[in-house]
Design a protein around this ligand. Structure first.
Ligand code: RUQ
Ligand code: CUA
Length: 669
């Protein structure tokens, strides 16, 4: 302890010397690297010499100190970021910005044995097939952590696939995908996943309108046949699964609903979704007679904020006032209007993000083509609904008056998209065109000096999405914001025309216009569209599976788990069933003899109890690859259609005799 304290003092003295030497003004300091180099020509060893040698400014040095996590120490926060059209989820530690894991979701991930033969993972992935088509990728957009009383509880994670209207459930006990559901009535989505404050429902909002059930209808019949559709997927916390039989959907006009957010506290029971294309443009068409989509959908100055009373909708659903379409309860638009579930309020202009404030009292909307954010008040919305309105949209949905529900507008700059919040009463909005994060203050009860821009931090470049620590809860932590930048241009070593994304970590702990950019993290993956950041100590993942022979989908002991000494091969006609154990550094049995045409059912159990003692199972020629974590049991099933001499081997360097961890599969012609 004492030695550490002395070391720290020495370091601080060096640092202070450095700060004095280089001055506090960025423009002033010109380090003289040569002077700082040690005489022997090796690497400089003191903090001051290192900073001078590497040309680091005092800001760089503080940024480094704020983000460095020494070996053996853990990050304070964990960020779950969507992996965009890579179809996975990225798990990143903050403040170090180290990638901790990439979770295979809609896309097979060989290193996790996800989608390469294990019947459990194949069954989950098949849950997301569309009709006869196997879908093996996804465009993951918005991860949502499960919540209890509007706080992240660290139990589950949900994410949508925009490309095929699917939602996945990930269990945070083992960070594995457990369920993929295909929305039977929509073909794409966007405003999901978001959860209600106690994870009663996982909300999946729509995007590009299509006939309900996505059957064919001529686009000439757009106004009559095409529809938006918002889904409320009931989440069974005990089972850890979406229960489609207890879920419902609400039919919406064929505007293109965009992002959504669930209300909390004051706005608990409500869901808010943006929309664009209230013009109901249908494209230029083959003869080019109409404007192309880009122009056609951005004509109106105002679109409609959708205000949905989901608690009332749940009552309507339970009262049986729905139609069943493709097995799902759909509350028709007219029912939604008659029952008072659905209201609109005008919103400027081509809006994108809709983000509820921590207390649930306000809703912030960023209009891509409007330099302001518009802030709506739930109290005013409720009052306006109670007062009634005579204005209606083309489908008869009541439209509240803009001035009746608007609380404030704050001019931020060009291209406001998404907004997140902190613990100081500030909001942070991504400005796509300005390439900046705008910090602005919320009004009462958050701050007495509110509804004004505090400052902007340039980011690199064209920020789309943004996340703050515990930011979507009722009590954000502040401390950090991460700018999820769509473009990185000149930030990294050139790796060819397809560039990485750039996540920039920002220190937001100081008030006013002070925000410090701390770190650039290249994400060599598809563009993440959203992220949530949870306190690391809220996560309680297993170290190894709770018992040997654990099935990761049923989350219980597998009926075909096998103990050491019970391994066997049983032939029944041309069906061969194998029960195999896996341990450092052998498979038992290690030789399997088959005939061409055999149907093979092969159960494997990793009987290890040691942490991190994972074994692989790479079977050549049959597109089979497993990852067997300690305690895990799984099954593969295939036809021995190709005779020959094959091997399987372990893909994890698990022991000194790892290379000896293999087996032969001999298939007689
Ligand atoms: S979020 S279009 Cu702003 Cu899904 Cu990325
Ligand atoms: Cu098991 Cu290498």
């Amino acid at each position: 302890m004492k030695r550490m304290a002395i070391k720290r003092t020495v370091f601080l003295v060096l640092l202070i010397t450095l700060l004095t030497l280089t001055g506090c003004n960025r423009a002033q300091q010109t380090p003289t690297p040569q002077a700082a180099l040690p005489a022997d020509g090796g690497l400089p060893q003191s903090a001051a010499a290192i900073a001078a040698e590497r040309g680091l400014t005092p800001d760089d040095v503080t940024a480094a100190l704020k983000t460095y996590v020494p070996t053996g120490k853990y990050d304070d926060y964990v960020m779950f970021a969507s992996g965009g059209h890579g179809g996975q989820i990225l798990v990143i530690g903050l403040p170090s910005m180290r990638i901790l894991k990439i979770i295979g979701v809609f896309t097979p991930e060989p290193w996790q044995g996800w989608g390469y033969g294990s019947i459990e993972s194949e069954a989950v992935l098949d849950g997301g097939n569309v009709g006869p088509n196997k879908i093996r990728w996804g465009d993951t957009h918005h991860p949502a952590l499960s919540e209890t009383a509007a706080e992240y509880d660290g139990n589950f994670l949900f994410i949508n696939d925009k490309a095929n209207a699917r939602v996945a459930v990930i269990d945070l006990r083992d960070f594995e995908t457990k369920q993929i559901i295909k929305n039977p009535n929509a073909i794409n989505d966007h405003g999901g996943s978001f959860v209600t404050p106690n994870t009663e429902y996982v909300v999946e909002g729509p995007q590009y309108a299509a006939p309900i059930g996505f059957g064919y209808a001529s686009i000439d019949e757009y106004k009559d046949e095409y529809r938006g559709l918002i889904s409320f997927w009931k989440f069974d916390k005990e089972k850890g699964r979406i229960d489609m039989a207890a879920s419902f959907q609400i039919e919406l006009p064929p505007y293109w609903q965009d992002l959504c957010d669930a209300g909390k506290l004051e706005s608990d029971g409500w869901v808010f979704c943006n929309s664009f294309n209230t013009e109901m443009a249908t494209g230029a068409g083959p003869d080019g007679a109409n404007p192309q989509f880009e122009a056609g959908v951005s004509k109106n100055d105002m679109d409609y904020l959708h205000i949905i009373n989901w608690k009332k909708a749940e009552e309507v659903y339970k009262a049986g006032k729905f139609e069943t379409i493709n097995g799902i309860a759909v509350i028709r638009m007219q029912t939604a209007i008659d029952e008072g579930l659905l209201y609109f309020a005008p919103e400027p202009k081509s809006p994108h993000g809709v983000d509820v404030t921590p207390r649930g009292d306000y809703i912030t909307i960023g209009g891509k083509l409007d330099p302001h954010v518009s802030i709506y008040s739930i109290a005013k919305i409720k009052a306006a609904i109670a007062a009634g309105t005579t204005e209606k949209d083309a489908y008869g949905v009541p439209v509240l008056k803009f001035d009746d529900v608007l609380q404030a507008q704050v001019e931020l700059g060009l291209g406001p998209l998404h907004t997140v919040y902190d613990d100081q009463g500030y909001a942070y909005t991504s400005l796509f065109l300005d390439s900046a994060v705008a910090r602005w203050s919320l009004g009462e009860p958050y701050r007495t000096d509110g509804w004004k821009l505090e400052g902007k931090l340039p980011v690199h470049y064209n920020i789309g999405h943004i996340a703050s620590a515990e930011g979507d809860t009722a009590s954000p932590d502040g401390k950090y914001v991460v700018a999820l930048n769509k473009w990185s241009v000149d930030r990294f070593v050139n790796v060819g025309p397809l560039l990485p994304q750039n996540f920039q970590l920002v220190d937001i702990s100081q008030p006013g216009d002070k925000m410090q950019l701390l770190y650039d993290m290249a994400v060599g993956e598809a563009e993440p569209h959203y992220a949530q950041i949870i306190k690391a100590d809220k996560l309680h993942a297993w170290e190894v599976y709770p018992e040997v022979g654990f099935n990761t989908i049923t989350m219980a002991k597998d009926e075909n788990a096998v103990e050491s000494g019970q391994e066997r091969v049983v032939r029944n006609g041309n069906q061969v069933e194998i029960w195999m154990t896996v341990v450092r550094s052998h498979y038992t049995p290690d030789r399997i003899e088959l005939q061409k045409g055999d149907h093979v059912i092969w159960h494997l159990t990793n009987v290890e109890r040691a942490r991190d003692a994972t074994h692989g199972f790479a079977l050549s020629g049959y597109n089979i690859n497993l990852s067997l974590e300690p305690g895990e049991a799984t099954t593969i099933e295939f036809d021995a259609n190709l005779p020959g001499t094959f091997t399987w081997y372990c893909t994890e360097f698990c022991s000194a005799l790892h290379l000896e961890m293999l087996g032969y599969m001999l298939i007689k012609p």
